[in-house]
Structure formats: structure tokens, C-alpha cells
Write a protein that binds this ligand. Sequence first.
Ligand code: NB4
Ligand code: NI
Length: 188
Amino acid sequence: MFLMNDIVRDGDPVLRAVAKNVEFPLSDEDKKLAHDMMEYLENSQTPELSEKYGLRPGVGLAAPQVGVSEMMAAVLVPSNDENDDTPVFKEVIINPVIVSHSVQPTALSEGEGCLSVDKDVPGYVVRHDRITVRYQDMNGEKHQIRLRDYPAIVCQHEIDHLNGHLYYDLINKKEPFSLPDKNTVVID
Ligand code: NB4
Ligand code: NI
């Protein structure tokens, strides 16, 4: 089980490296990694467990954040429907690539945070509103899916980690809350 102590913090070069592609079939180590990363997200979103283990809540976790420089990330976007617990998006994405994206930008109104960045860096993190992602699942099956808005933002944050980028790289240093154009989708 991963705890906050296992999360690599900003300053460690693993967070700035381009991760290695993952080969299939997955090794037993990689299967455990995938499982443990998703388990972290589940536990962190369960108030009793996040409190018990002192976990910062998360909707995504990339392998470099636990010190493994491989193209693998867990994403768990919980349901927003009180009558249905089915997550909006739950997947371990392996070797993900954004194959196309909208011109239209988006940003979370509250900015972003990262489990690997202890300080708070305020500002809009401007991303693509819609993306098409190609990835493999744990069984090596290939997928190509379209995501928009919040799930698209989460996947972009995770795919950035796999390429050595951190969210604050994308914040306008002079005008942190400036938007590139008036059509930007700002998400609450
Ligand atoms: C990744 C996200 C940062 C912005 C937006 C948000 C949280 C993270 C980082 C986009 C991706 C982790 C991975 C949250 C959170 C909303 C849903 C469900 C119930 C609490 C949870 C709180 F925790 N970011 N944290 N940051 N990262 N929303 N939510 N809620 O997840 O560094 O690379 O449990
Ligand atoms: Ni992060």
C-alpha cells in the first residue's frame, strides 16, 4: 500500500525524466504497481481511510510520483451523480499518447495541486478542453478514447508527469489568472 512517504517530491529528478514505455505482458512488479496506484486513489477518496493513513486526496497518480520512471498512471474520477457510484473514468492508462486535441482551452477555476508539490502554486493551468488519448490497459488491450472537461484535465496532468512536466510549468508567471482567450472553458 502506498502512503504519503512513498510519494516523490518536487526536486527529485525522476519527476523531470521522460518515462520509459511499458512492455507487455506486464511483469508481476508492474501489475502490483498498477494495483497499488489505483488503491492509493481509492483510499485517498474514502474519508475514513484518507484520515487514518494521512493521505492527500487524489484523482490521479503517475508512476514517476512513486519513483518508477514508466509510462503508467492511474486515474479515478469519481461519479458526480449521487444516485450512481459508477466512476466517470477509472483506468490505469499505460503508454498513453494524446493523438489529437481541441483548440479550445480549459482550466480548473481553483487551479491545480499535485501530490508531489508541497507548496501551493496559484493560477490557471491552461489545458486542452477535449483530447483523444490512445493507451493500453493492464491487459495490453489498445484503446482510443475521447475525453472532455474535467476527466480530460486529469489525464493531461498525468500524461504531463510521464513526460517530465509539472502543472506549475503551465501557469503564466506574470499573470497567473489570465486566460488565453474568452472561449476558455473554466471548470468549477
Ligand atoms: C491530480 C489532479 C490535479 C488537477 C482536481 C482535484 C485533487 C490530484 C492531483 C487535475 C489532476 C494528483 C497526480 C483532488 C480532487 C475532487 C474529487 C472525490 C472525493 C476527494 C476528491 C478531491 F483530490 N484534485 N487532488 N489532486 N496528482 N480534485 N478532488 N474528490 O488529484 O498529483 O499527478 O475525494
Ligand atoms: Ni501530479
